[in-house]
Design a protein around this ligand. Structure first.
Ligand code: COA
Length: 332
């Protein structure tokens, strides 16, 4: 028997029904389908009905994962929700979700790591499985980005969508599960992608609302350059540390922020196209949702089977960085 590891044993997803195409956005801001597609790879994204909280998307994704696994929420030990659009600043969305799911014995908390949030939550949850303290951990990445988008700012509003994904982690002793991970933070990059107001540094006032400071603010080019460099650098580090080459990796699942960033990482790392998962054209950047949604796309396309070696990578606001090397356990 091999070492006890955290395996992903079920996956659930939820994206809202409402499809918003680039043509729809052309009616709202000075943009074009051609600009959005060529600069980002995005063709459409999903939007919630206004007022839908992140916990609702999280609940639907989580319930699907539970149903697929055939277990009740009451069996969960821990719930971790990665999000930058919590229902409220406090309490944590994990608490709201615990109540909605009736996960009666679970504790939980939120992780704020933006686009790296799901990977932070995954590696965090895995620790409790590996050390034997927990048997079933629910990890959710969910964001309602439309709640913090300025639809007068064409440089940001075209990039994001709403969505959620959830996985269940359980112990595996068959060589599968989370093998290794890396995380980094570079807080000096905070000013390049952030929401200026609404926290203790700048509490909400009429002025902050008038100045539209409760929305995503981004210096796109700076984020772009950092992401291109980091995706390759940290993925390389993780592979080298584990004696793995791109030839050994079956699937590369990167955070879906921009097709050009994914392609640059693919080329720098030397992955052939067939090993790279892409669904950004359908959903845009769903922040904490992208990695589980991309895993779902890979499953739909029958590109993931038990024993496959999967490299996950994300870069996000903070800056935050995450990678994970997973020997796929096979999901329900
Ligand atoms: C946002 C992003 C797509 C912009 O692409 P870019 O090639 O860097 O474009 P620039 O910012 O240089 O803008 C080029 C021009 O397009 C214009 N432009 C910006 N958004 C536009 C839009 N939606 N439609 C049309 N034109 C647009 C700019 O105003 C600029 O015009 P100018 O040359 O007249 O000043 C790109 O920088 C990016 O993807 N950054 C990373 C974002 C990201 O991943 N964020 C999530 C964190 S992981």
């Amino acid at each position: 028997m091999s070492e006890r590891r955290a395996g992903i044993t079920a996956l659930g997803r939820y994206v809202p029904e409402r499809v918003v195409t680039n043509a729809d956005l052309e009616k709202m801001v000075a943009t074009s389908d051609e600009w959005i597609r060529t600069r980002t790879g995005i063709s459409q994204r999903r939007y919630v009905e206004p007022g839908t909280p992140t916990s609702e998307l999280a609940r639907k994704a989580a319930q699907e994962a539970l149903d697929r696994r055939g277990i009740s929420a009451a069996e969960l030990d821990l719930i971790i929700v990665a999000t930058v659009t919590p229902d409220t600043i406090f309490p944590a969305t994990a608490c709201v979700l615990q109540d909605k799911l009736k996960a009666t014995k679970a504790w939980g908390f939120d992780i704020s790591a933006a686009c790296s949030g799901f990977l932070y939550a995954l590696t965090m949850g895995a620790q409790f499985i590996q050390n034997g303290k927990h048997q079933k951990v629910l990890v959710v990445g969910a964001d309602v980005m439309t709640s913090i988008l300025n639809f007068e700012d064409r440089t940001t509003c075209v990039l994001f969508g709403d969505g959620a994904g959830a996985v269940i982690l359980e112990p595996r002793e068959d060589g599968t599960g989370l093998l290794d991970f890396t995380h980094e933070v570079d807080g000096s990059g905070a000013c390049f992608l952030y929401m200026p107001a609404g926290g203790s540094a700048m509490p909400a006032t009429h002025e902050t609302v008038d100045k539209k400071l409760h929305y995503v603010h981004q210096q796109g080019q700076h984020v772009f350059k950092y992401a291109v460099r980091k995706f390759a650098e940290v993925s390389q580090t993780l592979m080298e540390r584990n004696g793995v080459t791109p030839a050994d990796v079956d699937l590369f699942v990167a955070h879906q922020a921009n097709l050009r960033i994914i392609d640059a990482a693919k080329e720098r790392l030397g992955f052939p196209e067939e090993k790279v998962v892409k669904n950004i054209h359908l959903y845009g950047n769903t922040t904490a949702g992208t990695i589980p949604l991309a895993l779902g796309t890979a499953l739909d396309q029958k590109r993931l089977k038990k024993g496959d070696l999967v490299l996950l990578a994300a870069v996000g606001a903070g800056f935050t960085v995450g990678t994970a090397l997973v020997r796929w356990s096979g999901v329900a």
